[in-house]
Design a protein around this ligand. Structure first.
Ligand SMILES: *Cc1c(COP(=O)(O)O)cnc(C)c1O
Length: 345
């Protein structure tokens, strides 16, 4: 099977496992784990913020950020398919007491006008409170917010008195794709999440970065949410290894995603190679007249696993472990799986 469901399918490499085995550790809850401390220092710098906090997952990082930034009973504004809105089990409502207002965006982006309209719809009793922006934006296919557009939307949020969280789970994919350093995006927000268990290839781990003052509150939340750990340097060592060895190689994932998209488009699949900016390829199902489950099953029968990007669109993701040969085989196999439906496009 060629598993293109998600970049979470990475396995720790031998080099990463060796780094984990050799990690110097201590009690993280006492802030005595030197490897965690080193990771937090490097992550803060990488994300353009004063401090960073190591956490088990990016979901927890997002939820702690919203807990720290949001006002209970206030509104969380975000593009409607933002991860924190649709894949975090209602966390913004459950943990932070936020009312979610999802906006229709363009490639995952919301404009200053979108924000102004949304904020005008709130009132003093249910005030607009916090905005979440996602870079890269998962559900639009790993699209990259251009820096100037992100700056304009953040500036508007500031004008409106809203806090800003940047879900940069795949921020390093954006860095590699755009050539803009992660810190240039990260410094715009109050808090920034980075995930290590996606394209970076770690078994788990994420960081939340922000100002010293917000991170002091976030530290308390780390205990509150059950995310304070012990000899977590074992895992932080994997993240440090990834920062040293797995960032530039994201370029290879992006190139392979592009090859997949071009191959599938040539074979007549409803795929837009120009929409592939990072490591996801979207396959539109409406032109094929196929449902998600049937399409996935037909593709699986030809030896390739894919997942759902958003309703009506399948996702193929490239990552560490997907080779050129896998790409060549998938370029053949997926059109073969859908051949009977291609005539309709
Ligand atoms: C995967 C993902 C998360 C959550 O990461 P976990 O470490 O799996 O909790 C958050 N935001 C985005 C955009 C993601 O893709």
């Amino acid at each position: 099977m060629i598993d293109l469901r998600s970049d979470t399918q990475t396995r720790p490499t031998p080099g990463m496992r060796a780094a984990m085995a050799a990690a110097e550790v201590g009690d993280e809850q006492l802030r005595e784990d030197p490897t965690v401390n080193e990771l937090q220092r490097r992550a803060a710098e990488l994300l353009g913020q004063e401090e960073a906090l190591f956490l088990p997952t990016a979901t927890m990082a997002n939820q702690i950020a919203l807990f720290c930034l949001g006002e209970r009973g206030g509104e969380l504004i975000a593009e409607e398919r933002t991860h924190a809105l649709v894949y975090e089990a209602g966390g913004p409502a459950v943990h932070a007491g936020l009312v979610v207002r999802g906006l229709r965006g363009d490639r995952g982006r919301i404009s200053p006008d979108d924000l102004r309209r949304a904020a005008a719809g709130a009132d003093a009793y249910q005030p607009a409170s916090v905005v979440v922006l996602e870079q890269t934006h998962r559900s639009s296919g790993g699209r990259v917010w251009p820096l100037a557009e992100l700056e304009a939307t953040v500036a508007c949020a500031r004008e409106l008195g809203l806090a800003v969280h940047l879900d940069g789970a795949r921020l390093l994919n954006a860095q590699v794709a755009s050539g803009v350093p992660a810190a240039a995006y990260g410094r715009l927000a109050d808090t920034v999440t980075l995930c290590f268990s996606k394209g970076l290839g770690c078994p788990l781990g994420a960081v939340l970065a922000g100002s010293r003052e917000i991170m002091a509150r976030a530290w308390r939340c780390k205990l509150l949410f059950g995310g304070a750990m012990r000899q977590a340097g074992i895992v932080a060592a994997a993240a440090l290894y990834a920062l040293d060895h797995h960032v530039e190689r994201l370029r290879e994932d992006h190139a392979r995603a592009r090859l997949l998209a071009e191959g599938w488009a040539r074979a007549g699949l409803p795929v837009d190679p120009d929409a592939v900016e990072t490591n996801f390829v979207g396959i539109e199902l409406a032109p094929l007249g196929l449902g998600e489950e049937e399409a996935k099953a037909r593709i699986a029968a030809q030896g390739v696993l894919v997942s759902v990007l958003r309703p009506g669109v399948l996702r193929a993701a490239t990552y560490l472990g997907i080779t050129d040969e896998d790409v060549e085989r998938a370029v053949e196999a997926v059109p073969r799986a859908l051949a009977a439906f291609l005539a309709r496009t």
